[in-house]
Design a protein around this ligand. Structure first.
Ligand SMILES: Cc1cc2nc3c(=O)[nH]c(=O)nc-3n(C[C@H](O)[C@H](O)[C@H](O)COP(=O)(O)OP(=O)(O)OC[C@H]3O[C@@H](n4cnc5c(N)ncnc54)[C@H](O)[C@@H]3O)c2cc1C
Length: 276
């Protein structure tokens, strides 16, 4: 289907992008376009203007600090995360991005677009929640702001996801980077529609600095659990105590999705605990 007419701007700095977004309530950031253009074609979203972030080098790249902290620009693609030497400091990132959809989507889609769309079936909302990521959100101080005037705030991933397609990034704001602490003992498990397909249910786990498990596809936002240990019994008990009431669809009933969540949480926690 053809897109309806839409204005287009390609800013040359983050402050210009923020100004364009703040000046027009109907403007949306365009990252990889792998979700946004499809929902526009389906007429499920109809922005008045697209602010293309693809020219903004400030939003790209992966930096590894001496203490193992990774700082990932919002416009970093899945392929860049798979191939980056720095990203191997937290191996689960490349492993999960490498499973995601197909090579075209991985070459265009970005980590920022994935978490900002917060489609409950996406891979990265639960993953970022499990690894304790922190999201940096920027807004312009006012009309005519320069880079020096940009206001930034940091939101933990657990508080970033607010609802289906809804995050802490407000109108006129941009996610600029994602910070991920050092750690290696992570796991991810999913049941997908065919190989590399959309998730029916997924679970991400980390056992570095306490056990954290995030379940995807069972609610509007990742369901984050903190079991006492990564043992199967403790993980199953934590999932049951969460009282999940997942949505039903053509792929799974609510009960089956809840069952998958429990099984996948156990698998992800086991994978994390077995890593050294
Ligand atoms: C065939 C196909 C299969 C797919 N399968 C999967 C899958 O199995 N798992 C999965 O996780 N994903 C899947 N996706 C979605 C894909 O991962 C998208 O890349 C991702 O959801 C959106 O990233 P994007 O960079 O393309 O963002 P876009 O589509 O450009 O943007 C998505 C939304 O985020 C907003 N946005 C983007 N960047 C920012 C920013 N920096 N600050 C503020 N707002 C921003 C946009 O305004 C828009 O509302 C699939 C997509 C396709 C086409």
């Amino acid at each position: 289907m053809l897109l309806r007419e839409v204005e287009y701007a390609k800013p040359s700095s983050v402050s210009e992008a923020l100004e364009l977004l703040a000046a027009n309530e109907g403007a949306r950031a365009l990252a990889g376009g792998q979700t946004l253009l499809n929902v526009m074609k389906a007429r499920a979203a109809s922005p008045d203007a697209l602010v293309d972030l693809n020219g903004l080098e400030e939003l790209r790249g992966i930096e590894l600090a001496a203490d193992g902290t990774l700082t990932i620009g919002a416009m970093t693609t899945y392929t860049e995360l798979v191939t980056s030497v720095e990203a191997k400091a937290r191996p689960i990132l490349g492993e999960v991005c490498g499973q995601l959809a197909d090579v075209q989507v991985r070459n265009r889609g970005t980590i920022g677009g994935n978490v900002c769309s917060n489609d409950p079936s996406n891979h990265l909302p639960p993953l970022t929640a499990a690894v304790g990521a922190r999201m940096t959100i920027a807004s312009a101080a006012g009309v005519g702001s320069t880079e020096a005037d940009i206001i930034e705030r940091e939101v933990p991933a657990e508080e970033f996801f607010l609802g289906v397609y809804l995050t802490a990034v407000g109108q006129g704001e941009l996610l600029t980077r994602i910070t991920i602490p050092a750690g290696k003992r992570d796991g991810f498990a999913a049941v997908t529609l065919g190989a590399d397909g959309t998730c029916i249910a997924n679970a991400a786990a980390s056992v570095d600095g306490g056990v954290r498990i995030a379940l995807g596809c069972v609610d509007a936002v990742p369901v984050v659990l903190h079991p006492d240990s990564a043992d199967e019994d403790a993980v199953r008990a934590a999932v049951r105590a969460a009282g999940l009431q997942p949505p039903a669809d053509v792929h799974a009933s609510s009960e089956y999705r809840a069952h998958l969540a429990e099984v996948l949480a156990v698998r992800a926690a086991r994978q994390a605990a077995e890593r050294s």
